[in-house]
Every structure is written in C-alpha cells, then in structure tokens.
Design a protein around this ligand. Structure first.
Ligand code: ADP
Ligand code: MG
Length: 729
C-alpha cells in the first residue's frame, strides 16, 4: 500500500553524490563569464558608447536613446559568440520569483530569409502581454498593458541559450508593477539623502551606495521523497507529519561536515554562481537537519537583489541535477528551525568610508553615530511598516514561533553601542564640544574601533541587529524578494535623513555651530527612539507585554499587518521620498491580500485532499485490522482472558475512531469556512477571513493526523515521514 514511500526511501538511500565537473580555469578566470560586465562592455562597445553607458550607471546620467542601438549591437555580438539564440526582458513581478518571456533573435530579412536581430528599441523597452501578472487593479482590462524597461545598472547575463536583460516593470500609466522600480527609487532616495548628510563631514564625497549582503537559508530534500509528498509539491511545506524522535536537539548538524551529495550540489552551485558574477563566499550547514546556508560578499543593493533572485532559480535547477529539491519556504517542517534570509544592509561612500562603522577619528565617529541614530530613528518610526515588508502567509509560520525573529520589530545594538548612545544622551554641552574637538575623547567615541572588535554578544533573537559595521535585518523570509524589505528600509532612512538635515540646517542658520547642532538633534533622537532598542530575549512573554507598553507594533495577523503600508504616515513617507504614491501602495496591498488568500486556500485544499483521501483510508484500514484481531481473540479465548488481552487494542481502536471522526468534521468545517470567505467582497476582508477562520483549521486537522501517524502501522503510512525527509541525503 505504502509501496511508493518505501521505494523512494530505498532509492534515496542508494543515491551517490553526482560528480561535479570543475572548470579548468581558476574561479577568478571564469568569474562573470556569463555577464555583460564592464570588461565585455569595453570590448564590445564603441568607446563613446561605453563612456556614456558607464556614466549612466555610475552617475545616474540619463541614457541617451541613441546609445541603445550600439549597446544592443554589442550585447548581441557577445551573446551570439556565447552560443545564445534568445533574449528576454527579465523582471521581478509582485509574485515570488522572476518572470521572463523569451524571444529569438531572428527576424525576417525581407528577402525570404532570417537575420539575427536585436535593436536598441528591443533592448530599452518592451510592451508586455503581462496582464496576467498581479497589479492590484491598476490596469483595467482595456488598458492591460505593461512595459518592461531596461535597467542598465544591473548587467545583462546569460542563462542557457538566453540573454537576460534586467528590467523594471511598469503600467501604461507609469505605476510600478514590480519590486525593482521602487527599489531603484528607494536606493536613489537614500543615497542622495545620505550624500547631503555626509557633506556635513566631508565635502569630497560624491556618491553614497546602499549595500546588501543576503544570507540565504534553505532545505534540501531528496527528489523522490519530495515527489511522494503532495503537500511539499503543491505548497512548499509539509502540512502534516509528526516530529522525528531526533531532530535538532543534539545540535550536531550546524557547522558539521557537509554530507557528500549536498557538498556536490554546493560545489556546482558555487561554480555556476561565480560564472554569473555572483560572489558567493560562505556555505555551511544550518541548525536544522538538511538545512543549509549560502552567502555572497555584499554588493550594491540593486545588484545584490538581482543576484539573490538569480541564485534562487539557479538553486532549483542545480538541485534537480543532484536528485534534490530545494525548499525555499520559510517553514517546511514543523518542530525544526525555519529558513530566513538575513539582509545585511549598510551605506558607504565612494571614498571608501563605511557609514555604519566606527571610525578612527572623533569626526568620523560623529558621522558614524549620526547615521546609526538616524537608522534607529527610521526603524522606530516605521517599525510596523518594516514588519509588513517581511510579512507573508509563509513567513508567518516563522515569525513569533520560538526560534526565529519575533513578530515585533526591535533593534539590538549591543552593550558597547548602547553605552555610547547613553553617554551621548546624557552628555553635557561641554562634553559635546569636546567630542567634536579633534583631540576630544571624553565620550570615548574615538575608542569605539577597539571596543567593537569583539561583537560576539550578537543577539540571535533580534529581528534587526547592529553587527559592527551594518544592520542585519533577520526577519526577512527565505522565499521573499529582498527588495520588499529594502524598499521600506531605504525609503524610511532616506526620509529620516532628510528630516535630520532640515533640523540641523535650521539650527545652523540660527547661529549654532555645525557640530553642536548635529549633536543636539542626535540627543533628541536618541531619547525619542529609545522604545525600539531592546537587547533582551525577543521570544519571552515579558517582551511582548513590554513592547506593547512601549507602543511598538504587536499585530500578529498577517493581513492586518499589511495595513501599515497604507497608513497616512507611510503614504506620506513614501511619497515624500518619491518611491511610491498612494495609488501604488493601495494596489500593491490588494495584491498582498490576494496572494495571502490564495496561499491559504491552496493549503486548505491540499489538506482536505490528503486528510480524506490519503490518511483516513489508511487509518480505518489499520483500525479494521485491529478489530479483526480483537474478534479472533474473542473466538479463541474465554471472555475474561480475551477482554484482558485485547484491552489495549480496543483503546487504540477507540482513539483512531475519535481522531478520524474529528478529521472528518474539521475538514467539513474548513470547507465551509472557505466557502463563506470566498463570498466576501474585498481582498482585505477576504484575507482576514482566511486568516481567522481557515488557517487555524490547518493546525487543528494536522494535530489529529500527526496523532494517527504515531498509531498506525508504519508499513501502511503513505507519506514519507519527517525522519526520512530530514535525515536521508
Ligand atoms: P553571519 O555571521 O551573520 O552568518 P556572514 O559573514 O556569514 O555573517 O554573512 C554576513 C553577510 O553580510 C555577508 O553577505 C557579508 O558580505 C555581508 N556584509 C558584511 N559587511 C557588510 C556591510 N558593511 N554591508 C552590508 N553587508 C555586509
Ligand atoms: Mg547573519
């Protein structure tokens, strides 16, 4: 009966590591082989075109349409030499993942033949037949056009036989329908606001960069086992499954030796990543069995985000070559850790100064503290919005559970930085003057470099931690597009830096010295933003109570959390920095609610099907076996003896009956709840109904199924068990 399960387990056990072909060149030689980077631009573009393009990329100079043709020609030449036949505008729609529509280079030559064609026009802009992408009602049907437009700041790259051109995706009327357009705007906003603030300290700085270094966590599951689990296949997570007797208690997986099949997968993934110009650096096991992590060296935020999207696809492809499926879901398995995607974020100047790292001079440190405090202030003001940016139906399983960041955004600073800010807050004006004096060390701010050498007291429970030279936003989900979080963070910090500059300028105009003005404003911010700072245990119940008392956002219902995007303070902030307007924000929320509903709806359907068609028949069959045994015992033995002998079996029979009955009733209740929710008009209300009435049923039904799993004969159980999925590799 459960022959499929046993067959796939047996096959999985026999699988050997797939040999990986190592390129003959060294990594430094094949790095970015598939990328139209500067080196190739230089080789394939006329000098004037190259200069104009680089100027556009580096300095945001508008691209002259005339240069599109020679750029397209150069790209095409390179791509064809690389064996490429197709090209695609590659973009990030509001669903998870990326989208592409492949077109061949060929066009009619007008003489009955074909030529390879790729014009500047095709490079720059394409009209998408993209009405099937979520748009939150921005495009009504007769205006169902969307445009993808070239993003020259992220280089084109080759996957298989296709040249991929990173693009933004916007509606006919100019609203963003993707993640990249607002991300680019937010990067622009934060880097220009930061540049102005930098000029208080150093007039030579010409540009500020926003950096992102993501750490991608994931699970690998043997492909055969995966195929035997319809829930994994259709929802990305296990909707049922009793915990394995052993899971992560021994903590023997984290940083342990990497299993050989996995190691082969990782090697190939790294080689392919490097060829795509993704500077992958670390790989290791994570906390949960069969959970792993991959991290590159940080890059400029937009490029880093493209690279994350590319790598998620690449992981899927490479995993299949190694007989695995990669699980990017935030919580594929109950009872073991979920997967996140830490977003390490910072700002830095073109002169090489990291703006969130301690410096060697008091002046440099004042600049550092200025940026640090403004980030804290931005996160404080927009903590609800930041939470909304990482919230989803899938990440909800991770947040608030006792293992991952809690569903309240707070900042961990560490004791040293907390001391520095406390000292600054309580400093007298004299100390303030001394701090700004070249020799002044009264606040020990010039000592920070030494102090921070050791940042081992990192708090793993904090969703947003300062880690010495950057902030680490840990609440981001493993399947998310990093841009969602980065758009909010960049925008909020941009807005905050602007407000800061206004306040400081006002004080300077009133005759205060620049340093004094800066410090006065910082002191005020430090006081004001205190509620967001929390170095304690983020999982404790005391924290939940305290966070509420501090006025931090404590909402736990995902659809309601999304409201933060359309609150007046958010709309004002996004509009002020030019990232998104009210129409876009409203439309995007519609999409979020719709996606939420659909995900829960799919899970509920799969759950109903598995419960009724896979689990119940097996449970009742096992129950019948037991009944049979009991009857036979009765036939053979005297009544008293028979009763004693079969008492345990009778108990199990009753238990099975109770669980199967509960499952039947609950599935009916769930179906009903779905029907009612489906009738609700309005995406928000519908999503809330799904959250309140459908989602909880999934857990309740699961409870009974997991109990049955412990009772029913192992030989009969149809679905691969947790121990098999988590330990076979
Ligand atoms: P962890 O100890 O958190 O696992 P890792 O060193 O594995 O740290 O990864 C940290 C990530 O942060 C890497 O992607 C790294 O490149 C990135 N990172 C390091 N410094 C910065 C910075 N200043 N700004 C942004 N990202 C950074
Ligand atoms: Mg980290």
């Amino acid at each position: 009966m459960s022959s499929l399960r046993f067959r796939v387990v047996e096959e999985a056990f026999k699988k050997k590591a797939v040999p990986v072909e190592r390129p003959e060149e060294r990594p430094s030689e094949y790095f970015a082989k598939y990328v139209f980077n500067r080196e190739k631009m230089f080789r394939y573009l006329p000098r004037k075109t190259y200069d104009a393009l680089v100027d556009a990329i580096d300095n945001g100079k508008p691209l002259n349409r005339e240069i599109a043709d020679p750029v397209a020609a150069g790209m095409k030449k390179w791509a064809i030499e690389m064996g490429v036949t197709h090209y695609t505008h590659w973009f990030h729609p509001l669903t998870d993942g990326t989208a592409e529509k492949h077109d061949a280079f060929v066009e009619h030559d007008g003489k009955g033949g074909m030529v390879e064609e790729f014009s500047g026009k095709l490079l720059i802009q394409q009209e998408g037949d993209a009405s099937s992408f979520p748009n939150g009602g921005i495009r009504n049907t007769f205006e169902a056009r969307g445009y993808s437009a070239w993003d020259p700041s992220s280089p084109a790259f080759i996957v298989g036989d296709t040249l991929c051109i990173p693009t933004i995706f916007i509606s006919y009327t100019g609203e963003s329908l993707d993640y990249k357009a607002p991300l680019l705007k937010s990067i622009d906003a934060v880097t220009s606001a930061a540049l102005e603030v930098c000029h208080y300290f150093d007039s030579r700085v010409k540009k500020v960069y926003s950096y992102l270094g993501w750490e991608q966590e994931y699970f690998l599951v043997d492909e055969g086992l995966y195929a035997a689990r319809p829930d994994l296949l259709l929802t990305g997570r296990t909707l049922m499954g009793h915990e394995s007797s052993k899971n992560q208690q021994l903590e023997d997986h984290y940083f342990g030796a990497i299993p050989t099949r996995v190691s082969a997968f990782m090697q190939e993934l790294e080689i392919e990543s490097l060829k795509l110009g993704i500077p992958v650096k670390t790989r290791h096991n994570e906390v949960a069995p069969n959970q792993f992590e991959l991290a590159p060296i940080y890059e400029e935020c937009n490029l880093a985000n493209d690279h994350n999207q590319v790598i998620m696809e690449l992981m899927r492809r490479v995993a299949r070559r190694h007989g695995f499926r990669v699980l990017l879901h935030e919580k594929p398995f109950k009872g073991v850790n979920g997967s996140g995607k830490h977003n390490n974020w910072s700002l830095g100047t073109d002169t090489g100064i990291p703006l969130l790292a301690p410096a060697k001079t008091p002046e440099g440190n004042l600049q550092f503290v200025t940026f640090l405090v403004n980030v804290i202030m931005a996160v404080y003001k927009h903590n609800a919005l930041l939470k909304a940016s990482i919230s989803s139906a899938t990440n909800a399983h991770r947040l608030g559970a006792n293992e991952a960041p809690p569903a309240i955004i707070s900042i961990f600073l560490g004791s040293q930085m907390s001391d520095v800010l406390d000292a600054l807050e309580n400093s007298s004006d004299d100390a303030v003057i001394e701090l700004c004096d070249k020799t002044g060390v009264k606040l020990n701010i010039s000592q920070i470099p030494e102090l921070l050498m050791d940042n081992t007291d990192r708090n793993r429970t904090s969703p947003f931690a300062f880690t010495g030279n950057r902030f680490e936003f840990r609440a981001v989900g493993s399947s998310a597009n990093c841009a969602a979080a980065m758009i909010v963070l960049n925008s909020a910090v941009a807005h905050q830096l602007r407000l800061f500059k206004e306040e400081v300028d006002k004080k300077i105009q009133a005759g205060e010295s620049k340093e004094k003005a800066i410090i006065r404003v910082l002191k005020k911010y430090i006081k004001e933003s205190k509620p967001i700072r929390f170095d304690g245990n983020g999982y404790s119940d005391e924290w939940k109570a305290e966070a509420a008392a501090r006025g931090l956002d404590c909402e736990t219902s995902t659809p309601v959390i999304f409201d933060a995007y359309i609150k007046p303070a958010s709309v004002e902030m996004f509009s002020a920095v030019g990232v998104m307007n009210a129409v876009e924000l409203a439309a995007r929320n519609e999409v979020k609610w719709e996606m939420y509903t659909k995900k829960i709806q799919i899970e509920a359907r799969v759950m109903g099907d598995l419960a009724l068609n896979h689990i119940l028949p097996v449970a009742t069959r096992y129950q019948a076996l037991l009944l049979d045994t009991v009857c036979k015992i009765k036939e053979v033995f005297p009544p008293e003896e028979a009763a004693a002998m079969s008492s345990k079996d009778m108990e199990i029979i009753r238990k099975i009956a109770r669980h199967t009955l509960s499952i039947q009733e609950m599935v009916a209740t769930m179906v009903n709840a779905r029907k009612l929710a489906n009738k609700i008009e309005g995406e928000r209300a519908k999503a809330i109904a799904y959250h309140d009435t459908v989602a909880p049923m999934l857990d309740e039904i699961r409870y009974h199924i997991d109990k049955l799993e412990l009772m029913v004969d192992n030989q009969m159980w149809p679905l691969p068990k947790y121990r098999e999925m988590l330990f076979v590799r």
